[in-house]
Design a protein around this ligand. Structure first.
Ligand code: AMP
Ligand code: MG
Length: 327
């Protein structure tokens, strides 16, 4: 089975082509804000619209496949930025209706969850989804991927990016904060907020921004990471004990962070679980993760959607999505 996935929730327009979960092509173009330090949805969508056809052509060439040989077309249906989502959805709808190929809308977060789960060959993981759009502790139960803990305000990616922006670091700030933190050594006490299995980050953002100019930037980055990541690991550890899962997959853009990963790794011995993440490039947004889910839908015999009804859903939640390929 040959499957194509299109991704365009935010900064990345991506086209991935797989054959039975083997990656044949993974083309991505990332929009970088021109004037501001954060994403401008309309400007990002313009970027995607200009590049979509080229990305599709490149992916087909790389995969050495003709468009009418595709068996499945999948697109990121949400959550994400409306203007951006519409570009990838339009491309997928066109391919599906013109070439009569079954079409599947895919929840972007489930793309992150399943690429980790499938590529790491984990059967029933607890998934920590950490990105610009999500900070969620997820497990599968009773037909759905369900959220057992999450941020009650901003995401961890947003926390790092927003702090970075205030410090004059352009988007995405996370990688730069990680580098600076490596040179920090002094821990500055910061607001540490957990409610149940949930984390709260806005107080931490305000506080760390208020320290700019008063402490070394490296020390603020170090303390910010230490505080934010400790809270997330503590919340995850609680959920882990409740759920009794034996595998933990860390996924999403912030999963690239080595310090965060090392903190989660400590749970291996403490709780006798396996902790892992996919290779770094698959933690970023990409079309491959969308194609993975398209494949899972098709293989399970789930009915495709009529291209005329393939609307985007900017605010779709993870639990809303039926998961027919797991039991
Ligand atoms: P996504 O939303 O999945 O595209 O992931 C993008 C987010 O991941 C942005 O918030 C980035 O700042 C963040 N990110 C990427 N690499 C790192 C890193 N090494 N450390 C922390 N955050 C990162
Ligand atoms: Mg993402």
């Amino acid at each position: 089975m040959a499957e194509l996935g299109s991704e365009s929730t935010a900064h990345t327009i991506g086209v991935g082509i797989l054959r039975d979960l083997k990656v044949l092509a993974d083309v991505r173009y990332v929009y970088r804000p021109k004037k501001t330090l954060g994403i401008e949805p309309r400007e990002a969508a313009e970027h995607h619209a200009k590049i979509a056809a080229r990305a599709l052509k490149e992916a087909l060439t790389k995969a050495k496949i003709s468009i009418d040989d595709l068996d499945v077309v999948a697109f990121s249906v949400g959550p994400g930025l409306g203007p951006c989502l519409r570009i990838g959805a339009t491309m997928a709808r066109f391919i599906s209706s013109y070439y009569k190929i079954p079409l599947y809308p895919v929840h972007h977060g489930i793309g992150h969850v399943e690429i980790a789960s499938q590529f790491l060959k984990m059967k029933d993981p607890m998934v920590i989804l950490v990105s610009g759009g999500h900070t969620s502790i997820i497990g599968f139960s009773d037909g759905r991927w369900r959220v057992y803990g999450e941020t009650l305000d901003i995401t961890v990616g947003n926390l790092l990016d927003s702090f970075a922006r205030e410090a004059g670091i352009p988007f995405p700030g996370g990688p730069k904060v990680e580098k600076l933190a490596l040179k920090g050594s002094k821990y500055i006490e910061m607001p540490y907020n957990i409610k149940g299995n949930n984390v709260i980050y806005s107080g931490l953002l305000t506080y760390s921004v208020s320290l700019l100019g008063k402490h070394k930037l490296e020390d603020i980055c170090f303390s910010l990471q230490e505080t934010a990541f400790s809270a997330l690991v503590e919340a995850s550890e609680r959920a882990l004990v409740q759920l009794g899962k034996k595998e933990i997959a860390i996924t999403g853009g912030v999963a690239r962070n080595n310090y965060l990963f090392s903190k989660f790794k400590k749970l291996e011995e403490l709780h006798n679980v396996r902790v892992d993440r996919v290779e770094p490039k698959y933690n970023d947004d990409n079309g491959v993760q969308i194609a993975v889910v398209g494949y899972l839908y098709a293989k399970s015999g789930y009915p495709p959607i009529d291209p005329g009804n393939a609307y985007i859903k900017q605010r779709i939640r993870l639990e809303e999505v039926e998961i027919p390929w797991r039991d």
